[in-house]
Design a protein around this ligand. Structure first.
Ligand SMILES: NC(=O)c1ccc[n+]([C@@H]2O[C@H](COP(=O)([O-])OP(=O)(O)OC[C@H]3O[C@@H](n4cnc5c(N)ncnc54)[C@H](OP(=O)(O)O)[C@@H]3O)[C@@H](O)[C@H]2O)c1
Length: 401
């Protein structure tokens, strides 16, 4: 969480990785202080007395502190220190990384009011140069724009029509983005069509896998030149894939369901779990193949009562699964629910946390890296490579970096 006070020695926990790094840091002259905790119950006493605070913004979780008795500055990263928690909100994460968001252009798919994409767009819009929101329904897209502008009157919002079940729509949307002279710094693949009935798309794909994996894959491919154009010596463009804990259920991507979908073999939740597994694999493979030119991340936002839980299509299934009560409200004993602001936090962290710069392909939960929570079938490099090749064949295009 973000501290609203100046740092104390108690911000460094004895025996924590940060403390150990701190001790190592005594050999150098500048120490990179990570996000400040609010827990003031621990002490490392005299150590901070040797430090001058050089530059600390109360609203920023990063500071440089200089040890008095050394001169030449070096910077240490304490990337492993968990700064955020289950309860952290997207607004808090955006405030923390406001300097990283400033000047950036961001495209977020699936931005309907009442969903995670909307909240992500809303908090980013407070600082970003441009936020492109997308949807296949013009009316809902306009509602999202109006709601963001009501809250952030100066926000620079562009509406983009995008139907991820249609290659033609994706190509048209990408053309519009590519025609805009503005660079694109961050692409957030958030949209999904969870648990829908079996239906083939106009391109012959099953709808969930098309919306949640193949469509975002094509969009990412078409926007890759634009993303690459946003790179600078100090900035690497990012692609974020909103996955789910569901990635760990089942056995991972079913290549037959992806390439030759059959209604008799279709099981709604399984298609969702496969698509969410594909999101993580794609983030890993994109990071690998771009070889440092694009950093991709995936994440689990948690369990959040969004539009996805009020859809006539999904409600009966979620009731059956015990996630919803008979009256359609979230079952508090089934899972630990997050609010929408809490649910969108991890997406904002994946898009802007500078501590992730040297962790391409990372998977996040509760706004911090959680690679240990990825099921093996969703991180297997052979599967990641196979999925990439098969999906390139499905879209009929190959990435170039
Ligand atoms: N809520 C959770 O508990 C939870 C848990 C784990 C992961 N997630 C993930 O979080 C992401 C956001 O979901 P959410 O919970 O915020 O649900 P949501 O409000 O239903 O968001 C899904 C978004 O995707 C859009 N979408 C659906 N089909 C599309 C298509 N064919 N083309 C373009 N956009 C399309 C929806 O637009 P319309 O509103 O116009 O249909 C909506 O804006 C998803 O990737 C989901 O898998 C959510």
């Amino acid at each position: 969480m973000i501290s609203s006070r100046w740092p104390r020695s108690s911000d460094i926990l004895p025996q924590s990785p940060m403390h150990r790094e701190f001790l190592l840091g005594l050999k150098s002259s500048v120490f990179y202080l990570p996000s400040l905790g609010t827990d003031g119950s621990h002490h490392c006493g005299h150590l901070l007395n040797n430090i001058d605070i050089l530059n600390l913004n109360r609203n920023t979780a990063y500071s440089f502190v200089k040890l008095k008795y050394r001169q030449a500055p070096i910077i240490m990263s304490t990337a492993t220190e968990p700064t955020f928690s289950f309860a952290t909100t997207a607004e808090e994460v955006a405030t923390t990384f406001s300097n990283e968001i400033k000047g950036k252009n961001v495209l977020i798919t699936g931005s309907s009011v009442g969903g995670l994409g909307f909240e992500t767009a809303r908090v980013i819009a407070k600082y970003a140069k441009l936020v492109v929101i997308t949807g296949y329904d013009e009316e809902r897209l306009k509602l999202s724009e109006d709601a963001i502008k009501k809250d952030v009157p100066n926000a620079n919002i562009h509406r983009l029509t995008l139907n991820l079940t249609s290659f033609a729509s994706i190509r048209k949307a990408a053309e519009a983005v590519n025609a805009n002279p503005e660079p694109l710094h961050v692409l957030i693949n958030n949209a999904a069509a969870p648990f829908v009935d079996f239906k083939l798309t106009e391109d012959g794909l099953e709808t969930q896998l098309a919306t949640d994996h193949v469509g975002p894959f094509l969009l990412t491919k078409l926007l890759t030149p634009k993303l690459l154009g946003a790179a600078t010596p100090t900035y690497t463009p990012r692609v974020v894939f909103v996955s789910s804990v569901g990635h760990s259920y089942g056995t991972g991507v079913d290549f037959e369901a992806l390439t030759s979908p059959k209604p008799e073999k279709y099981v709604k939740p399984n298609a969702y779990f496969q698509a969410k597994s594909a999101n993580i694999l794609t983030a890993i493979e994109l990071s690998k193949r771009s070889n440092g030119k694009i950093n991709a991340y995936s994440l689990n936002p948690g369990s959040i009562f969004t539009n996805g839980f009020t859809n006539a299509n999904t409600v009966p299934l979620f009731k059956e699964m015990g996630l919803l009560l008979p009256d359609g409200k979230p079952n508090p004993t089934a899972v630990q629910w997050k609010t929408i602001p809490q649910g969108a936090a991890t997406t904002v962290a994946a898009a802007f946390d500078p501590q992730l710069n040297d962790k391409p392909g990372a998977y996040l939960e509760d706004s911090v890296v959680a690679n240990d929570k990825v099921a093996s079938h969703s991180s297997d490099p052979v599967t990641a490579e196979k999925l990439w090749t098969v999906t390139e064949q499905l879209i009929g295009e190959k990435f170039t970096f």
